[in-house]
Design a protein around this ligand. Structure first.
Ligand SMILES: [Zn+2]
Length: 341
């Protein structure tokens, strides 16, 4: 017997904008505009992916770009955010930090500032409709020029305290030089944004070290491969850096062969803060509560351990103190109730 994981209150710290779209919405919007979708996004969905090589990552990125191309109107953006919020609420989500690279949408939505305004307004609207507080992380793309990242960091800084809480760095870790993004992260740091680059998924400990030393990361997108370096594992644990671990993403991209190989028990045993996230439900076919469910099944986690994972997601977030306190209280209530399933 155990407690239902959709009722476990939790924060969601790793969710990408287009990747948050419902599959049914993707199909509907593509049909509306006569956009041809590849089979991997229709009958063969969720797609079989592996990013073990650059060709695999290219395929993943191409599917992501096709999915983004169905977002054509303001209404589409508002709908995506509202549905993402509704889905997180169903999954016990109580705080959401959604990650977006405005440069990928700028051409269609009147520039990066206009698009950011739209996303923030969509987030406020979704919060009003669902009750889920939503914050935005602006993410630069490491396959683009570091000057683009600086421009996005300045944009994020302008919105600090007005809906934007963090600055990230996404896309293929094997591309670009982490150090060259240092100036962008310094801009974000001066604005007191959370620094949340991706690191330690497609590349091992070397990039985690670079993200910590050169970008001063507060959290790491993924970071799971820290287990490959015991000294670095201790360092991450001691520093209290939160790792945004996305188990189904790791397996879908071929970082681990199966869910039992995702090294969550090693991370927990070392005392590392872990916040489970869905990354891109649209491409990986599973949402927030499923990450907890798959880790429970794969590693035989107790409800007390799952509650602690939920607490760590809250502690690693930028949720205001009153929100954090309420979620933490409700996690205790969840754990104190008798198992019901
Ligand atoms: Zn990600």
């Amino acid at each position: 017997m155990h407690r239902p994981l959709t009722e476990l209150p939790k924060a969601h710290l790793h969710l990408h904008f287009t990747g948050a779209m419902r599959h049914s919405t993707l199909l509907e919007l593509a049909a509306r505009d006569g956009i041809h979708l590849p089979e991997a996004l229709v009958s063969a969905w969720p797609p079989k992916l592996t990013a073990a090589d650059e060709k695999g990552w290219f395929r993943f990125q191409r599917l992501y770009d096709v999915a983004r191309s169905v977002l054509r109107t303001e209404g589409d953006i508002r709908r995506l955010v509202r549905e993402a919020a509704e889905d997180d609420v169903i999954d016990g989500g109580r705080w959401l930090e959604i990650q977006v690279g405005p440069d990928g949408y700028a051409a269609r939505f009147g520039g990066i500032t206009a698009f950011t305004d739209l996303v923030l307004d969509a987030a406020r609207e979704a919060t009003a409709n669902t009750g889920l507080p939503i914050a935005v992380v602006i993410a630069a793309n490491r396959t683009r020029h570091p000057l683009d990242a600086r421009m996005l960091a300045r944009l994020a800084a302008q919105y600090a305290g007005r809906g934007v809480v963090g600055f990230g760095l996404s896309n293929d870790e094997r591309r670009g030089v982490t150090e060259e993004f240092g100036p962008a992260f310094r801009i974000a740091r001066r604005a007191d944004l959370l620094l949340v680059p991706h690191g330690g998924e497609l590349v091992g400990p070397a990039n985690i070290e670079a993200c910590l030393d050169l970008l001063h990361a507060d959290r790491l997108g993924h970071g799971v491969r820290v287990v490959e370096d015991p000294a670095l594992l201790d360092r991450v644990a001691a520093a209290g850096t939160t790792l945004e671990v996305c188990p189904t993403s790791n397996v879908a991209l071929g970082v681990y062969s199966d869910l039992t190989s995702v090294p969550l028990p090693q991370l927990l045993a070392a005392g590392v803060n872990v916040a489970l996230g869905a990354d891109d439900p649209l491409l990986f076919g599973s949402r927030l509560a499923s990450q907890y469910a798959t880790m429970r099944a794969a590693h035989d986690l107790s409800d007390a351990q799952l509650a602690e994972l939920a607490r760590m997601s809250v502690r690693g977030s930028r949720a205001p103190e009153s929100v954090r306190a309420q979620i933490l209280t409700d996690i205790d209530t969840w754990l104190a109730a008798p198992p019901s399933e």
